[in-house]
Design a protein around this ligand. Structure first.
Ligand SMILES: Cc1cc2nc3c(=O)[nH]c(=O)nc-3n(C[C@H](O)[C@H](O)[C@H](O)COP(=O)(O)OP(=O)(O)OC[C@H]3O[C@@H](n4cnc5c(N)ncnc54)[C@H](O)[C@@H]3O)c2cc1C
Ligand code: SF4
Ligand code: SF4
Ligand code: SF4
Length: 401
């Protein structure tokens, strides 16, 4: 089969559904020069069955489930709230499924701080899935494992990004086992490159002078939910912690400098979601739900319910949270990332051209802070290189608060 029949790099989201279903394992997910994995087809082994095309969620989008209800919500479990990115609702839903004997899938860091999908059967292990990890995660066999659990009659809660949930839906197909599957997706701004993430961690480790990173929290609420921090813990007890608006990686992420190209044309935003429940940050809580405004410091979730199964799951945990109904249209307006793809950063192309030439923190110092004179200099590669070469890398103190 010709590779050109699968979506091109501008719209392939890297979900790996095509590789998982290929009956002769002719597809390998291989990172490109930006570190994003794309399907590589071994044409010699391909038997042209076209199963990959029929399963790809970009080419064959699943039937959407429209939003029926919207809630602003915060868990009553204070410790879990502090571990979560928003209002801690994922932990409540997941622990309910585990207490009923089910299995939960989510994204966790591996020992090198790459992000992988994985599952757990015990509430003690749930914390590894809590908190947003701002880097693309690999599928790690999760779709097939989900099918195996469902076949044994176990309930499964699968949490992840909307494109992964669409991929799972297509991999499972019309199997009757799916009745025991619950899906929880996040509103998704876009996903950064694993290559940039690893380089960032390596340079942070070098600046710290420490041998090993032992923990990372991309949404540390040590200051507050609103002013969250990127925190990196090192082996000898040192900690780097920096409020998101000054951390070079978070600035680059939020300015869309190194997002996956498919995220600029995301096919899995409202009204194309297929999950039972969508979770998001309720940033505009003050305007739309003043009753929960006092919770602003530690986090408030926006919870969108798409199905009867989703509604039942949410109702089963309402005793453990504070929650208030919000009109669906107001909920959508309060969260632009739920409906619109972000736009590519104007400097993204130049950033990637320069990526291998300079230390990342030096490069981000140039590209993260825009000004009219930089826009002008960026037009002339020689001048640009002279400026970047002479820049001092961003070496903020280990902790700036
Ligand atoms: C990459 C990304 C971008 C996001 N962008 C927005 C946004 O623009 N606007 C907004 O309102 N909300 C966004 N969110 C969602 C939001 O930040 C919270 O994750 C969500 O509200 C759930 O919060 P919680 O407190 O209930 O649970 P938490 O414990 O914070 O949620 C953990 C959940 O996130 C999943 N997860 C974490 N990292 C990844 C990853 N790399 N890949 C796949 N799944 C992951 C886990 O599997 C788990 O289901 C984003 C989340 C992610 C991961
Ligand atoms: S056409 Fe069939 S054999 Fe060929 S790559 Fe796709 S799934 Fe694999
Ligand atoms: S979107 Fe997913 S299924 Fe489609 S080609 Fe890309 S990796 Fe394969
Ligand atoms: S923005 Fe869309 S394509 Fe990109 S990671 Fe999120 S859900 Fe997937």
């Amino acid at each position: 089969m010709k590779k050109s029949l699968l979506p091109d790099a501008s719209i392939c989201n890297g979900c790996a559904a095509c590789a998982v279903v290929c009956p002769v394992k002719a597809i390998q997910m291989t990172p490109n020069d930006q570190g994003f994995a794309y399907p590589q087809i071994d044409e010699e082994h391909c038997i042209t069955c076209e199963k990959c095309i029929r399963t790809c969620p970009v080419l064959t989008p699943p039937t959407p489930q429209l939003v029926q209800e919207a809630w602003g919500a915060v868990t009553n479990r204070k410790e879990e709230l502090m571990r979560s990115s928003s209002g801690g609702i994922f932990q409540l839903l997941a622990s309910k499924v585990l207490t009923r004997g089910g299995v939960v899938f989510g994204a966790r860091f591996d020992s090198d701080f790459n992000v992988v999908l994985d599952c757990c059967e015990d509430i003690i292990e749930l914390s590894k899935f809590q908190g947003s990890k701002y880097v693309q995660c690999s599928e790690n066999g999760a779709y097939v494992k989900t099918l195996e659990y469902l076949k044994t009659g176990r309930e499964v809660l699968f949490s992840g990004l909307p494109c992964q949930l669409a991929a799972l839906n297509n991999v499972l197909g019309n199997t009757s086992h799916s009745a025991k599957l619950l899906t929880v997706g996040c509103v998704c701004h876009g996903i950064p490159s694993p290559k940039v993430w690893q380089k960032y961690l390596q340079e942070r480790r070098e600046i710290s002078g420490e041998e090993k990173i032992i923990g990372v929290n991309c949404r540390d609420k040590c200051l507050s939910w609103y002013d969250y921090s990127m925190s990196i813990m090192f082996s000898e007890g040192k900690k780097y912690s920096c409020i998101y608006k000054h951390d070079p990686y978070m600035r680059g992420f939020l300015q869309h400098l190194f997002l996956r190209p498919a995220c600029f044309h995301c096919k899995f935003k409202n009204p194309h979601w297929i999950q039972d429940i969508t979770l998001a940050d309720f940033w505009k809580v003050r305007k739309f739900l003043p009753q929960l405004f006092e919770e602003k410091k530690d986090g408030v979730s926006l919870v969108l319910v798409h199905s009867t199964e989703g509604k039942q799951l949410l109702e089963s945990v309402t005793d453990d949270m504070k929650c208030f109904n919000v009109p669906v249209n107001k909920a959508m307006v309060s969260n632009p990332a739920s409906m619109n793809s972000v736009k590519n950063a104007p400097y993204s192309k130049a950033f990637w051209q320069d990526y291998n030439k300079y230390p990342l923190l030096k490069l981000l110092r140039w590209y993260n802070y825009r000004s009219w004179w930089k826009s002008f200099i960026n037009l002339f590669p020689k001048w640009r290189h002279n400026h970047i070469r002479d820049m001092v890398p961003d070496s903020r103190p280990q902790s700036n608060h």
